[in-house]
Design a binder for this molecule. Structure first.
Ligand code: AMP
Ligand code: GLY
Length: 421
């Protein structure tokens, strides 16, 4: 099978390495990919949002399976466009990807189908939203832009003034453009966070092994929110008992709700959960694999990923067993100095071999380019250094030992992955 991966980050690199293990996979392309990915797949210079040229390329090369990994092309209908052209694609249709693309949609869905989540109100008017936070007078309070905002659309306001400033910047100053036409104001929840990715064909849902992301830039959960600075799997806070409760009260009801709404979800659905004192609740849905969750979950997948993709597309997920390796994985993200704010690109990375790897770990490239045989930084998150072992302690030790072998000017990474709530 000829397979085309759409996207360019560490998640896509992890997906590619897993797809390569399949005996069915004879040729792999990635558009646009990155320096490290070019060692595992043929990279193609088409942007992830260029639907027209992506479809044309897939047709020209007679691609058997397109895997759309990022949120933007899913929300923009790339899977629909592929299907219209007669090409098989993994990922939700546009009308199902809305579960991530609109928080107003997902909150209303949860309310309608009794899926546990934070209490909330929706506003399309800044003045009314400000009056509401003043009247409620409860802090912290969470202000969320409705649409996609590169993971920056959530503000946890510690004071009423901060909440009003957030409402102003999202709704009046249009910090996130049209993504901020509507906002959700919701109750602040507490408890450990868990990421659970799940395969679903719209009929059945098969949760993957759990993981834990570390979103803040610095140790002890200080600094700004990022796309994710590191992950571990399994998540230490996700017991079998909680997993069962999530399956019954969240996973199955969500899949059924989407089908009842005429928006069957096919692909990977990401449940961002918080284990609150009142039970597990949904913080957010994503319509795709998480990044860097994919980097710790996929190395534990035993079943052929191509078989799973086909079963999802053919709505036959009930017929296959999705199996996992025991043990644990840890991924340490090495980021550019300054990330998630401004950072430099084009800095030489030392310590990697010619394939972009080091011994003792797998290096997923997130933001690199390859020039004259040298790997250079080319993004905020640069590398996801990942190790697998029998226990989480060993996996962390191996991953950090590998990180020590890699250098680039300004590199920063968290030293406490797997150690905080
Ligand atoms: P998101 O960008 O939607 O993943 O949200 C970013 C982070 O904000 C989440 O990972 C949580 O840590 C936090 N968050 C979002 N909603 C809430 C909430 N209702 N209560 C507490 N924390 C929240
Ligand atoms: N790591 C969080 C996300 O992919 O949204």
């Amino acid at each position: 099978m000829k397979i085309l991966m759409v996207g360019s980050g560490g998640r896509e690199h992890a997906l590619i390495k897993k797809l390569k293990e399949s005996p069915k996979c004879t040729k792999l392309y990635c558009a646009p990919g990155n320096g490290g990915i070019s060692r595992d797949a043929e990279t193609v210079n088409i942007g992830a949002m260029d639907i027209e040229n992506m479809v044309k390329f897939a047709k020209d090369k007679a691609i058997d399976l397109v895997f759309v990994a990022p949120d933007d092309p899913l929300a923009a209908g790339m899977v629909d466009a592929m299907n219209d052209a007669g090409i098989r694609a993994f990922g939700p249709n546009e009308n199902a990807a809305i579960i991530e693309a609109s928080k107003v949609f997902s909150k209303n869905l949860m309310k309608k189908y009794n899926i546990p989540t934070a209490k909330y109100e929706v506003f399309d008017d800044a003045k009314k939203a400000m009056e509401y936070v003043e009247k409620e007078n409860t802090v912290p309070v969470v202000v969320k832009a409705d649409g996609l905002a590169l993971g920056k659309g959530v503000i946890i306001a510690q004071t009423i003034d901060e909440a009003k400033a957030a409402i102003k910047s999202i709704m009046e100053d249009k910090q996130f453009g049209d993504s901020g036409n509507n906002i959700v104001i919701e109750e602040f929840l507490t408890g450990p966070e868990v990421s659970v990715l799940a395969f679903t064909d719209g009929k059945v849902v098969k949760p993957m092994v759990s993981s834990k992301d570390h979103k803040r830039a610095y140790d002890n959960d200080e600094g700004l929110n990022t796309g994710g600075m590191g992950t571990v799997s399994p998540n230490p806070y996700y017991s079998d008992e909680i997993a069962k409760e999530c399956y019954d009260t969240i996973f199955v009801p969500t899949i059924e709700a989407m089908s009842k709404e005429g928006r069957p979800f096919k692909g990977c659905l990401y449940f961002g959960l918080m284990i609150t004192p009142n039970g597990p609740k949904v913080i957010e849905y994503n319509a795709r694999f998480g990044d860097p969750e994919a980097q710790v979950v996929l190395p534990r997948l035993k079943t052929d990923l191509v078989d799973i993709c086909e079963a999802v597309i053919d709505e036959k997920l009930a017929d296959i067993d999705v199996e996992w390796y025991d043990g644990a994985t840890a991924c340490i993200v090495m980021a550019s100095g300054g990330y998630p704010l401004a950072y430099k690109k084009g800095i030489e990375i030392s310590g990697l071999d010619k394939n972009g790897s080091v011994s003792g770990a797998v290096v997923y490239h997130a933001g690199t380019k390859l020039e004259n045989g040298k790997f250079l930084t080319n993004g905020g998150r640069v590398l996801g250094v990942t190790a697998k072992a029998d226990t989480l302690d060993e996996a962390l030790k191996k991953a950090y030992a590998a990180v020590d072998k890699i250098h680039f000017d300004g590199a920063h990474f968290r030293k406490d992955i797997g150690r905080t709530k």
